[in-house]
Design a protein around this ligand. Structure first.
Ligand code: ADP
Ligand code: ADP
Length: 231
């Protein structure tokens, strides 16, 4: 089974807003799928349905062939990495402690957590000796974003969900983060769903791009070259 299967999923919020009408798509193993579309077209809603932060009003979502509605949401979220725009690091915890959050919840021992955190910090291009004991406000925006990626990977996720992960930093830093992220992805090959409204980012990072319109209507779902050559 594909790691992610979305079958005729819709979401109507309690106030009657139809955020997503009827969406179906699959994400293959190791694929980076980008959701792109104008503001308000339902991208974040789709992403949040994938980790049960939002419950679909209809349809179903399968993770590794299993309906996520049948899984415990807390356990599910520990299996799914989630990276958001301003990262949401715990401000009163060091970088190393932030990265170790999920392993700690799983009861790993301190030495293991530290070793794993340091390994991940290196993977995202941070120096554990220099940055590990700092607090989030002592890092730049781009560095915090890297910590967010490291923390998501620390959960050893089956799937990584990323909502505008690089948009809070300036364009030069963004370009560098994207390059680094591509190298990291080539090494770890996670199944990723990434939301953006930036077509350059979509083309640069995506294996396939899902172009959405109002109400989560899927206009196209294809590799970047095909999306660019569409009339
Ligand atoms: P995008 O991520 O593409 O900007 P969203 O998924 O955030 O789109 O929103 C899709 C639509 O659903 C928008 O019209 C938005 O205003 C609406 N929406 C999002 N969250 C809620 C909510 N909690 N309650 C009501 N409407 C919402
Ligand atoms: P722990 O890994 O500490 O046992 P979890 O609740 O995360 O705690 O994992 C429960 C089981 O699922 C373990 O056998 C673990 O190895 C396995 N597991 C955890 N994450 C993944 C993953 N991303 N892919 C496959 N199996 C996983």
């Amino acid at each position: 089974a594909a790691p992610i299967t979305v079958e005729h999923v819709g979401k109507v919020y309690p106030d009657g807003t139809v955020a997503v009408g009827d969406l179906s798509l699959e994400v293959r193993a190791g694929e980076l799928a980008v959701l792109i579309g104008p503001s308000g077209c339902g991208k974040s809603t789709v992403l949040r349905m994938l980790n049960r932060l939002v419950e679909p009003s209809k349809g179903r979502i399968l993770l590794d062939g299993q309906d996520i509605a049948e899984r415990d949401p807390v356990e599910l979220r520990r299996r799914i990495g989630y990276v958001i725009q301003d990262v949401g690091l715990f401000p009163h915890q060091t970088i190393r402690t932030n990265v170790g959050t999920v392993p700690r919840l799983r009861g790993a021992d301190r030495k293991q957590i530290r070793a794993r955190a340091d390994e991940l910090l290196e993977m995202v291009g941070l120096d554990p000796a220099r940055h590990g004991d700092r607090y989030p406000h002592e890092l730049s925006g781009g560095q915090r974003q890297r910590v967010g990626v490291a923390r998501a990977l620390a959960a050893d996720p089956v799937v990584l969900l990323m909502d505008e992960p690089f948009s809070a930093v300036d364009p030069i830093v963004r370009g560098r983060l994207q390059e680094e992220f591509l190298r990291l992805q080539a090494a770890v090959r996670k199944t990723i769903v990434l939301v953006t409204h930036d077509i350059d980012e979509a083309v640069r990072l995506g294996d396939r791009i899902a172009v959405l319109a109002e109400g989560g209507r899927l206009l196209q779902y294809a590799p970047p070259a095909e999306v660019l050559s569409a009339p």
